[in-house]
Design a protein around this ligand. Structure first.
Ligand SMILES: [Zn+2]
Length: 79
């Protein structure tokens, strides 16, 4: 999908992602996005969830606002 859109930044810095783009990428309310800045370019990607400790993305659980995989939970339980 090639897409160009012009958006205004509001008074608190928000930008609305166009509905077409959200639908194309399967982005829903409360989904996480990842923002990278490369020189003068802002890149917004659909965030892939991963474990806060090991970075893997299998068997994820959420605890106190953090994402942790089952393997790391097991290791934490053994410490
Ligand atoms: Zn992990």
């Amino acid at each position: 999908m090639a897409y160009t859109s012009y958006k205004k930044i509001d008074d608190v810095g928000r930008v609305v992602l166009p509905k077409d783009v959200r639908e194309e990428l399967g982005l829903r309310i409360n989904d996480m996005i990842k923002i990278d800045v490369e020189k003068d370019t802002i890149v917004i990607r659909k965030a892939e969830e991963s474990c806060v400790f090991c970075g893997k993305n299998g068997s994820l659980k959420h605890y106190m606002g953090k994402t942790v995989c089952a393997n790391c939970i097991k290791q934490l339980n053994n410490t």
